[in-house]
Design a protein. Structure first.
Length: 456
């Protein structure tokens, strides 16, 4: 069968090109959404050849259209008394495997296409966990940076005043993402509870431990990322111990990835935020990093001011720092072809995406051609949403589990996802192709459930 290639991206099988053309036509200007769809479609050629009924039943076209998209005005008043207007989104993408599940992102760059790309990825990620969760994503172009707690609270209350009517523990269950952590989930939950007059703990995940949150949820995405990277290393006869690791970002995912890498004997030599990066040959001091980022909410340059072994670099690229293992944990398209080429030259062995779609298609191609092990976000970072599903289980049974028990469940889930991805890739004659294995396995689970439910 013939294929076509874009300039740097993957090749979409001839049989699916009309699907992609239609996605481009119907969703103009939504480049991140196009990129996420193209990446999945490029894996599905061999799958539809083996299961032609997916094509006949138009399952892929259906999955390219969200079940529901909600866009709303979020007016609020800042500390100076000025009215501010933001835009809120919730894309309820697919509910065949369970209630819509996925985070909320508050960042000035958020557009409908951003939320759609994240929601699309979330469907397959959630399917890979094997837990009963559908896919969704939401957020706003609100920028929490520099805002007081009171401003963030008023924004969250206004956001929830519209969103609450679309949520429910059996309907749609949001959580955190960029710019949304424990503080924001608290304000959002408080407003939901107030409007509905229901203590419906299972309507949001990432809650505080004193009011229905799960132990290990805060750590789960970062820990899960490293559990997955460790599985990749073991499978290839490598190890994280004794190796240099670069982790981009210094938010929730990055901090707990750094913590777990350090516990497993790796040395994290650099991390970043949007103002630049720090290099610390002695290994990142986690207590200091947590204090600066989680408590004081300061910029990463502050770390170098307080740690003599570190230097701050405010230009260039964190991926110039030599390492054997790269964990991009900041944002989409943060690691491009040029950065990938530098990393390969510097002796990179493994890339595992803690963020959603952080590597550009060109970067992924460079890694794969160089024989670098590449783990895609929808498999690697699934530990966060998986532990959200464990939080929902605890809420449904009005129970709380210990940290150790929850963390062991997380490690087992990451092990199972790795097995599933590797065996699917082998089954299709593509050993070691984690991108293919994740897409084919996640898609098949969703497609089979859709077909069982008829034309939905
Ligand atoms: P946080 O808001 O806690 O941290 C984000 C980090 O990335 C910050 O250091 C931030 O720097 C940096 N960053 C964000 N946007 C940009 C940008 N445009 N350019 C440069 N740096 C940027 O978010 P999370 O850690 O929760 O999320 C990080 C990634 O992980 C995202 O891709 C998210 O979708 C993904 N993810 C998150 C999960 C979760 O459970 N939280 C689960 C699975 C995936 P600054 O503060 O300067 O903006
Ligand atoms: O991208 C993601 O998987 C998340 N932001 C976590 C979603 C969740 O519902 O825990």
């Amino acid at each position: 069968m013939t294929t076509a290639t874009t300039s740097t991206g993957p090749a979409i099988d001839q049989s699916l090109q009309h699907v992609y053309a239609e996605v481009l036509r119907r969703n103009p200007g939504e480049h991140e959404f196009h990129q996420a769809v193209e990446e999945v479609l490029a894996s599905l050629g061999p799958v539809v050849r083996r299961h032609p009924h997916y094509l006949a039943e138009r399952v892929i076209e259906r999955l390219c259209e969200p079940e529901r998209q909600i866009i709303f005005r979020v007016p609020w008043t800042d500390d100076a008394g000025q009215v501010q207007i933001n835009r809120g989104f919730r894309v309820e993408y697919s509910s065949v495997l369970g209630p819509y599940k996925g985070g909320l992102r508050f960042h000035p760059s958020v557009l409908l296409g951003t939320v759609k790309f994240l929601g699309f990825e979330q469907i397959f990620k959630n399917a890979l966990t094997g837990l009963p969760i559908g896919g969704g994503k939401g957020g706003s172009d609100f920028d929490p940076k520099g805002r007081s707690d009171a401003e963030v609270m008023r924004f969250c209350q206004s956001f929830m005043t519209e969103l609450y009517r679309h949520l429910g523990e059996y309907t749609d269950v949001p959580a955190g993402d960029i710019g949304v952590g424990g503080r924001e989930i608290g304000y959002l939950f408080g407003q939901y509870k107030r409007i509905t007059n229901r203590y419906e703990a299972g309507v949001l995940t990432g809650k505080g431990l004193a009011w229905g949150g799960s132990r290990a949820r805060k750590e789960a995405t970062g820990y899960g990322t490293v559990y997955f990277a460790n599985e990749m290393a073991r499978h290839a006869g490598l190890s994280l111990a004794g190796h240099d690791v670069v982790v981009s970002g210094s938010g929730n995912v990055a901090i707990y990835a750094i913590e777990k890498v350090t516990e497993l004997g790796g040395r994290v030599v650099a991390c970043s935020d949007s103002s630049g990066y720090v290099v610390d040959e002695r290994g990142i001091d986690l207590d200091l990093l947590k204090d600066i980022k989680e408590v004081r909410r300061e910029r990463i340059g502050q770390y170098a001011k307080e740690r003599t072994s570190a230097r701050f670099v405010d230009r260039g690229c964190i991926w110039d720092v030599p390492c054997e293992i790269a964990l991009p944990c900041a944002t989409q398209n943060e690691l491009d072809e040029e950065a990938a080429t530098t990393l390969v030259k510097n002796g990179l062995d493994i890339v595992a995406e803690g963020a959603n779609m952080p590597c550009t298609p060109g970067a992924v191609r460079v890694f794969q051609e160089a024989g670098v092990l590449f783990g895609p976000g929808k498999a690697v970072n699934a530990g966060g949403v998986a532990t959200s599903a464990l939080e929902m289980q605890q809420n449904a049974s009005r129970d709380t589990w210990t940290f150790e028990y929850t963390d062991n469940r997380l490690a087992a889930i990451m092990h199972n996802i790795h097995e599933r991805v590797v065996s699917t890739a082998e089954d299709y004659g593509r050993p070691g192709d984690y991108v293919f294995g994740a897409n084919a396995s996640g898609f098949t689970a969703v497609a089979d459930a859709m077909l069982a439910m008829g034309v939905i």
